[in-house]
Design a protein around this ligand. Structure first.
Ligand code: HGY
Ligand code: MN
Ligand code: MN
Length: 411
């Protein structure tokens, strides 16, 4: 570690200080943790905070066509070295998933500035919109729209739990949804992308190391199973007369666990179950079951979902219900640039290299530009929950190392 960076780190606002600045934004009193969903007031507050923090550092801030926020160290340009992450969260999520990559980027820029660093390549921070898909179901909307991996026609019609479309929510947030879609100009500016992220598993705990370089992200996707039956009165409808979609939904949840447990390395989750209309004394007319499934190659996550769908259909039939299965999102294997990975590993003194089952905007960008990820140790091994954590010392270390990486790439 460069002593100059270490000295500078003592004097400047650290990534930990910056995290403290946003600690109350989007705190979820009902669920615990944070609920920071795209185009909500929490999201607006975080965007404003980021823009303010970036401008206070002399960075040039703008929002791209797809509501992603940018902050440039100097003049924007092509072949830029870009770092950053996202500020939105899952419902009731932790403080680090996303924000850690943003605050460490700002703090790393401070270190570079204090060094008098004059980049030879343009240098920028990006904050991607709606990485988690916490509001509209489909993850990485900002990066998918930017790269053209998701058609704007589909994105604009996605609805949140209240029926608001992504288009309307974007408009309410001050964005013009008519501009959403593949942005070749912005994409063409990214020469290299490096995302720092809290680790979302136990890899670094086992290795007893503070920082890792990412190797790849396993294939993953989301499927919505909609079971339809007959809504009715809970007190007057005899058990034999029911067509209750909650029954096949419950069967499906068990099938997900059993099917995934039988495939080595598979992970499949039902974390969201939405009954319509959702009343205690009402037999539901419809139940949406959201399936998150992930499986490294050579396994096939789609084959696993097909098996689950067969079981769901059989259960629906038994209850006189129907089921409709829709693939909401899919991301194949993302392999981070091997040369960049090796360069970072060497630069970080032989840091471990880890694969992950967690998705990131970096996976969306990887087919388009050389992309790398850095993971900061999470001593709880827990993520997408309030117990997600990173030690302040590890955060400072990650920031210093991110600065070193940016310095090398852009210098
Ligand atoms: O769901 C994920 O894998 C990620 O953390 N967005
Ligand atoms: Mn996440
Ligand atoms: Mn994340």
């Amino acid at each position: 570690m460069s002593p100059r960076f270490e000295d500078a780190a003592q004097k400047l606002a650290s990534a930990n200080d910056l995290l403290a600045e946003i600690a109350r934004v989007g705190a979820d009193r009902a669920r615990g943790g944070y609920s920071r969903h795209v185009f909500t007031s929490a999201d607006a507050e975080l965007r404003e905070w980021f823009a303010g923090a970036a401008r206070a550092r002399g960075l040039q801030v703008h929002t791209d066509r797809n509501a992603n926020l940018w902050a440039w160290f100097g003049a924007p340009g092509v072949d830029a070295v870009v770092t950053g992450s996202h500020l939105d969260s899952v419902p009731g999520g932790g403080a680090y998933d996303g924000p850690l990559g943003v605050v460490s980027a700002l703090a790393a820029f401070d270190l570079l500035r204090a060094e008098g660093f004059a980049p030879r390549r343009p240098l920028a921070i990006v904050v991607f919109a709606e990485e988690e898909g916490g509001r509209f179901g489909v993850p990485c909307l900002g990066s998918r729209l930017l790269t053209g991996t998701l058609e704007p026609e589909r994105a604009l019609t996605l609805r949140d739990g209240d029926g608001t479309t992504f288009a309307d929510a974007a408009r309410a947030g001050g964005h013009d949804p008519g501009h959403f879609g593949r942005d070749t100009e912005t994409l063409g500016q990214i020469g290299t992308f490096v995302e720092l992220h809290v680790e979302q598993g136990r890899g670094l705990i086992h290795l007893d190391a503070p920082l890792a370089v990412g190797s790849n992200i396993i294939p993953h996707g989301r499927w919505r199973f909609t079971f339809t039956g007959q809504g009715n009165h809970a007190g007057t409808t005899l058990m034999d007369d029911r067509r209750d979609p909650m029954m096949p939904a419950a069967e499906m949840i068990g099938a997900v666990r059993r099917s995934a447990a039988a495939v080595p390395e598979a992970r499949a989750t039902v974390g969201r179950l939405v009954p319509t209309p959702g009343g205690t004394n009402v037999i539901a007319s419809q139940v949406d079951v959201w399936l998150d499934a992930r499986l490294p190659e050579p396994g096939s996550v789609r084959d696993l979902v097909t098996e689950i769908a067969e079981k769901a259909r059989a259960a629906a039939e038994l209850e006189g219900c129907t089921v409709d299965v829709r693939e909401e999102s899919y991301e194949g294997t993302a392999v981070f640039d091997p040369a960049l990975r090796d360069r970072l590993t060497a630069m970080l003194g032989g840091a471990p290299v880890l694969p992950t089952g967690a998705g990131h905007d970096a996976a969306v960008l990887a087919p388009f530009v050389p992309t790398a990820m850095l993971y900061v140790r999470n001593p709880t091994g827990i993520s997408h929950a309030p117990q997600e954590f990173a030690e302040p010392g590890d955060i400072d270390h990650g920031t210093v190392e991110l600065a070193r990486v940016l310095r090398s790439l852009a210098g």
